[in-house]
Write a protein that binds this ligand. Structure first.
Ligand code: ZN
Length: 664
């Protein structure tokens, strides 16, 4: 009972501090202290899953993964609007509305380029959030939405029930920051902020969503109980007064020509906003008029979305700037006479790679067309006039960062620096080494690593372990506390399991999964280093290329020395049994019947290794029943209680999203 009370108190404390942090932007605790509280809560929950309720913090924000997304049926359809591409079509829309005998007022709003979601509040408490999906059925992403700072978890003074629709978006700064980070880690970068927002929202781990800097604008009232509202503008005013972030710009007009002027005004400033807008929406304001107009099979008749065209302009190519991306890839950027494009001054644009340059046949002095569309970074689209006597730009043979020769890899269009000591590549390797999936050194992100490398404190992974506090204090924004936290995180990383170290070494073609297979097979770094090609390529799932990459890595000059220094520093080189995850934290499973491939013991072991509990009897507390053939009374009981029932395939799918998986 004592522990129960402690748990309840802890829960209240965390809720209070999370409210300060997420809703008020006024935390009293620093992140480290706050994390300590949530860790404690999770420990208790792991021992006593029966304490866990829907209202527990761990069920909403941070660490605990939603292993997949439940479906949500939208009570009010989340309609999509008809797109129009000319102002004349906007005038036609107005004529159609008036032909129905309606004298409309219109609200014009900037249309944010993001991901459409619904938020539901009961008595002022955020209870559910979902994606639009197909408009009728979406996905439950409550936890991830709850991790977004700008979404209020409580709305004091809200009515009994409120559902609003909004657009989750990634501000331009956050997008550029994310792309940089992904580039450093050698990951595929998102094409534009909209994709980035969607990808970040549908994460299985809500702490990833929380870290991505997403934001939200609410643009529609879907349902309300406990208050009568008759028009759109009033609804937005009301929602804003409740404390929800609403569309940044919405105005009401009677005359369609005023509507058009507003569309043009929004268009003229769109490049200067901190987020992307891809259009302007025109909606009939009055709800009863909307009802009278109704919808076609596809779209409501009371609104249209005007899409701004991508803007293209010409300029003269002055230079091509070649930089070494942090993955060692040489990236050409066009430099030209400044032009005004979609509201911003632009003088640089993407030239992609060597093939692209050859296809365009572009050279210095040529007149080029530059476009800025939904994507933030402008690109060169064509050459309109070649300079007289000019020639196609030739990419350099040597790395602009270190001067080493560059090679073109067969399967890639990219040129790459071959020097393993190239500062650009050292940076990339270090960021990878410290990243979440590898040694997980909290506080050692790209910005910090860049400074460590630039200041000459760190050249390779082993140097990380001889960093001193006095050095860290020389970094931007590093005070005693941050330096201490980073040193603690570095110290803690020494205990990382062997597979994380293998992955962290950044060996070509060896991802996290391959690293785990290697660790499981060889158990120690010494055994792995001594392994021959046959032994390695004999591992299930290992092709010749992976074995070759691994052997190359160990044969490389410097590898032995690096590993020896890591060992001296106290970094763990031994595989410690089975990995565990928390994806089933707080979940109770009952396994029954004969499964197609797993034995009951194997299934139960997987449940436990992924943080769940296996029980032998079905009760109201049972989270899932995993049923195979000839499942008897337990299955019947589960059906009576409405307990979710899984088959083996469904169970394995849940594990695919970050869980410890069965052998082979
Ligand atoms: Zn180089």
């Amino acid at each position: 009972m004592e522990l129960r009370r402690e748990y309840e108190e802890l829960k209240k404390k965390i809720e209070y501090h999370s409210h300060l942090y997420y809703d008020l932007d006024a935390p009293e605790l620093d992140d480290f202290e706050f994390d300590a509280l949530t860790r404690k809560l999770k420990e208790i929950e792991a021992q006593h899953p029966e304490f866990v309720t829907e209202t527990s913090f761990t069920q909403h924000v941070g660490g605990t993964a939603s292993s997949r997304f439940e479906k949500v049926e939208h009570a009010v359809k989340m309609e999509s609007l008809q797109d129009v591409f000319s102002l004349e079509e906007v005038r036609e829309f107005d004529r159609r509305v008036r032909d129905e005998g309606i004298r409309p007022q219109y609200v014009v709003e900037a249309k944010i380029d993001g991901l459409s979601i619904s938020l539901e509040y009961e008595n002022g408490v955020f209870v559910r959030g979902s994606t639009r999906g197909d408009g009728l059925v979406g996905e439950d992403v409550t936890r991830n939405l709850a991790a977004i700072r700008d979404i209020p978890k409580t709305l004091p003074g809200a009515p009994e029930f409120l559902e609003v629709r909004g657009e989750v978006y990634m501000p331009r700064d956050a997008f550029i920051h994310l792309c940089e980070e992904q580039e450093v880690l050698g990951q595929k970068t998102f094409k534009n902020p909209r994709n980035a927002a969607a990808g970040s929202l549908r994460q299985k781990d809500s702490s990833v969503t929380a870290a991505r800097g997403l934001s939200l604008f609410v643009f529609n009232l879907q349902q309300i109980r406990g208050r009568a509202i008759t028009c759109h503008k009033d609804s937005l005013d009301y929602i804003a007064a409740l404390g929800l972030p609403v569309s940044p710009r919405y105005r009401r007009f009677e005359n369609i020509e005023d509507v058009i002027r507003e569309i043009e005004d929004i268009g003229s400033v769109r490049g200067t906003l901190p987020y992307d807008i891809d259009g302007a929406v025109v909606k009939v304001d009055d709800f009863s008029q909307r009802q009278a107009l109704g919808s076609t099979a596809k779209f409501p008749r009371w609104a249209v979305a005007f899409k701004y065209p991508p803007e293209e302009k010409e300029s003269v190519l002055l230079d091509v700037d070649v930089s070494v991306g942090r993955t060692g890839v040489l990236t050409p950027t066009a430099v030209f006479d400044p032009i005004l494009l979609a509201g911003t001054t632009v003088s640089r644009a993407i030239l992609h790679n060597e093939d692209f340059i050859r296809q365009l046949g572009v050279g210095l002095g040529d007149t080029i067309r530059v476009r800025k569309a939904g994507d933030i970074i402008p690109e060169v689209v064509s050459v309109t006039k070649h300079a007289e006597g000019g020639h196609v730009f030739k990419m350099p043979d040597a790395c602009p960062s270190c001067g080493a020769p560059v090679t073109r890899l067969e399967e890639e269009a990219a040129l790459r620096c071959t020097n393993p000591e190239c500062p650009a590549q050292a940076l990339r390797n270090l960021v990878h080494f410290a990243s979440r999936g590898a040694m997980d050194i909290d506080g050692m992100g790209p910005a910090v690593v860049r400074q460590l490398v630039e200041k000459g404190f760190v050249h390779n992974a082993a140097d990380v372990y001889s960093l001193e506090k006095s050095q860290l204090l020389k970094l931007d924004k590093f005070k005693q506390k941050a330096a201490g936290n980073l040193l603690n995180a570095i110290e803690a990383s020494k205990g990382a399991n062997l597979d994380r170290l293998i992955f962290g070494l950044g060996i070509r073609n060896i991802g996290a999964k391959a690293a785990l297979s290697l660790a499981e097979r060889f158990r120690t770094m010494d055994a792995l280093m001594a392994a021959g090609e046959d032994e390695i390529s004999g591992i299930e799932g290992f092709g010749g290329i992976m074995a070759e990459s691994l052997l190359d890595f160990f044969a490389k000059e410097g590898t032995k020395d690096l590993l020896e220094r890591l060992r001296q520093a106290g970094v763990n080189m031994i595989f410690r049994g089975e990995e565990k995850t928390n994806i089933f934290l707080g979940k109770i499973f009952v396994v029954t019947g004969t499964l197609p491939s797993l034995s009951r013991a194997e299934a139960e072991e997987l449940i436990v290794r992924n943080g769940g509990r296996a029980s032998s009897s079905v009760s109201k507390k049972t989270s899932y029943v995993l049923a195979g053939e000839a499942a008897g009374s337990k299955l019947t009981k589960a059906q009576e209680l409405g307990t979710p029932i899984l088959d083996e395939a469904g169970f394995l799918r849940m594990l695919e999203e970050g869980g410890v998986q069965p052998e082979k």
